[in-house]
Design a protein around this ligand. Sequence first.
Ligand code: SAM
Length: 360
Amino acid sequence: MTEQALDPVRKEQFAERMLRVLNDSCLGYLCSLGHRTGLFDVMAGLPPSTSPQIAEATRLDERYVREWLGGMTVGGFIEYDPARGTYRLPPEHAASLVRAAGPGNLASFMQDLAMLGNVEDKVLDAFRRGGGVPYSAYPRFQELQAEETARVYDAALVDTIIPLVPGLPERLSEGVNALDIGTGQGHAVNLLARAFPASQFLGVDISDTGIAAAREEAELLGLDNARFVVSDSAELAGTYDLITAFDVIHDLARPERTLSAVAGALRDDGVFMMGDIAASSRLEENIGHPLGPTLYTFSVFYCMTVSLGEGGAGLGTVWGTQRALQMLGEAGFDDVEVREVEGDILNVYYVARKSRNSGR
Ligand SMILES: C[S@@+](CC[C@H](N)C(=O)[O-])C[C@H]1O[C@@H](n2cnc3c(N)ncnc32)[C@H](O)[C@@H]1O
């Protein structure tokens, strides 16, 4: 294409956009540090303060703090008063940046950028040779995943997500047998076990470190109705009244086999609750999705790629509702409702039941 054929305005606008992408991506890394160092949390409680005062309050090295404050100031996160040499984090910004914001804390997600960046060479290699990247290449994954989802579970699991299934809180209060597959660090199971002491909960995951952390938390909470086992969700033993899978199925090497195993392990009147990404299976319907680029990036750097790394299906993060419903149907779930939680733009919850004459 010759230079004359280009629309100069469009070309200029896109170049400007690329500069914004570069700057915003860099701010993502500074946000990750702001979260991990506690700078956002501490600054939210400080009056306008100098860099030495902020360094002292956070017990961090002043030179690093000052450079970080520079980036956050030119990035529009922090206000700077040059006459006094003070910095201030406006409360309206803190509302999206501090731990106390719970699910509203978006700075925490920025930690994933460095984790994904760590595997770029391996992902590049997979582009060229096929295959994927092993779970072991993501040493911080379990910790970060648990930090991100725990805030949602703490705020909504017992009071909002479980009641999406009519009558389920009552059944859990009476006492049922429940299984959570791909439980990670098991926080969802531990919360449910604490809220519903008459029910028995089992969490399974292939991650040793995830299961170890899950057991540790159950012990800390003194729970005797939560158990955790390292095991593959495609090979399920026992029968259950409730099976849950939160943000798991699209990562799996064998998602079809797992869904069939879930259907096989579920009692006739049981419920399978599958929390998964809110997206369409049609690319064109995801244009404008508020998290669209994030979802595809996570897919390329993690979700699709760990599945392909095990020689698996590589469904990808954005497998979408239509594909999910089709696969649930093929596994024997004839009755599926798709439910949403207000304010949660990331997930939908599939409430799936088998047909009444499935024989179990
Ligand atoms: C995105 S994480 C979700 C963890 C947790 N459910 C949560 O909401 O935080 C997906 C989990 O699936 C686990 N996983 C992947 N393949 C698995 C398999 N075949 N069997 C059991 N767990 C598996 C991973 O180890 C990881 O902990």
